[in-house]
Write a protein that binds this ligand. Structure first.
Ligand code: B12
Ligand code: SF4
Ligand code: SF4
Length: 275
């Protein structure tokens, strides 16, 4: 299978997914068509991600996820206009459509990734999806599933596989001040990724700086209800994290915030000034 074959397989799964819809009579999708990018499994960036000031030594390399790994595929699923327009109206309360996209939208990504692995394995291609692998762990403020590293303290955030760092490596986009990844289709959406033992040519990274696509316009600072973002320090996970967590008290079984990802110039694309 080549790059186009893999893209077709992922797009077919997406186009046929019956759960790509918000609840209700009307047909309203959660996601629009995805962007797909490729990196080589031995890209030097994956070693750099192990440095404490980038992610940390707990971040696993593609080879650690899958022995004989050859390529990493990152997929950005942009939220539909139905999800975005509802959320754009949100100020301190979060639109139902966004909460649905956060929780049921993630379940949909997991099931599409599971299907992709099954189809690839049926063709003799080995594949791992870190997000649904038991080795996937995340921590917030030093607490959670990652343990046993001397570097961990109360400001440690991260996971054993960061979707945004994979997307950066695959050429899909750069970080913004609010720390989301800005892609050609904007920031409002979710990422998934697959590691494969299939040799596929890496995509070019059309940037050199990690914040290249961010115009530093400051609109996300004004959208954040808890002052977690500043021009000087970017986004403070220690302020954002507890706010996102406490949203469960209001919206259980759902949760979320992401106000910094809509009604901002990078919601839909790469802001003009940065181009
Ligand atoms: C833990 C987590 C959180 C925590 C902590 C956030 C964090 N960034 O770590 C909390 C609870 C705060 C959080 C909040 C949210 N999250 Co969250 N979260 C995650 C999770 C599970 C892991 C993140 C992780 O590993 N971080 C690692 C640390 C190190 O990242 P970092 O500090 O931002 O990295 C900086 C350094 O690496 C630095 N750096 C220094 N040197 C270098 C050198 C190089 C080469 C590079 C590349 C970088 C670099 O640059 C980075 C940016 O400043 C991911 C899913 C996943 N598996 O990736 C989702 C994820 C990041 N979350 C996501 C979302 C959407 C949200 C929310 C909007 C919640 C919601 N849906 O309502 C908010 C808003 C976050 C925001 N403003 O970006 C999306 C982001 C989508 C996007 N467009 O970017 C992800 C990718 C989930 C997904 N599957 O799509 N999240
Ligand atoms: S709103 Fe402006 S400052 Fe914030 S991430 Fe987007 S482009 Fe950057
Ligand atoms: S997710 Fe909400 S709390 Fe966190 S930085 Fe964005 S707007 Fe602020």
């Amino acid at each position: 299978m080549d790059k186009n074959g893999l893209k077709t397989l992922l797009l077919d799964i997406f186009r046929k997914a019956p759960d790509n819809r918000l609840p209700g009579e009307e047909k309203r999708p959660i996601y629009d068509e995805p962007l797909i990018g490729f990196a080589s499994a031995d890209d030097a960036l994956f070693e750099e991600y192990k440095k404490p000031d980038v992610i940390g030594p707990w971040h696993m390399s593609p080879e650690e996820w899958l022995s004989g790994a050859k390529c990493v595929v990152s997929i950005f699923y942009p939220f539909s206009e139905d999800v975005r327009s509802a959320h754009r109206q949100s100020r301190e309360t979060i639109a139902f459509e966004w909460l649905w996209a956060r929780v049921e939208g993630q379940a949909l990504l997991d099931s599409m990734m599971k299907q992709a692995v099954q189809e690839l394995e049926a063709m003799g291609i080995r594949a791992v999806v870190p997000a649904i692998d038991p080795r996937f762990k995340a921590m917030q403020g030093g607490k959670g599933g990652i343990q046993g590293y001397a570097e961990i303290n109360e400001s440690s955030f991260g996971s054993t596989w960061s979707e945004r760092h994979a997307a950066y490596a695959c050429g899909l986009g750069t970080f913004g001040l609010s720390k989301g990844i800005i892609t050609e289709k904007g920031m409002a959406g979710r990422f998934a990724s697959i590691i494969l033992d299939l040799e596929i040519e890496a995509d070019e990274r059309p940037y050199t700086d990690i914040y290249e696509y961010c115009s530093k316009c400051g609109a996300c600072i004004r959208r954040c209800p808890v002052g977690a973002i500043s021009l000087e320090k970017g986004k403070d996970h220690n302020i954002c994290g507890p706010w996102v967590d406490q949203s469960k008290q209001t919206y259980a079984p759902r949760y979320g915030c992401g106000l910094c990802q809509t009604a901002v110039p990078c919601e839909y694309g790469i802001p003009k000034k940065a181009k």
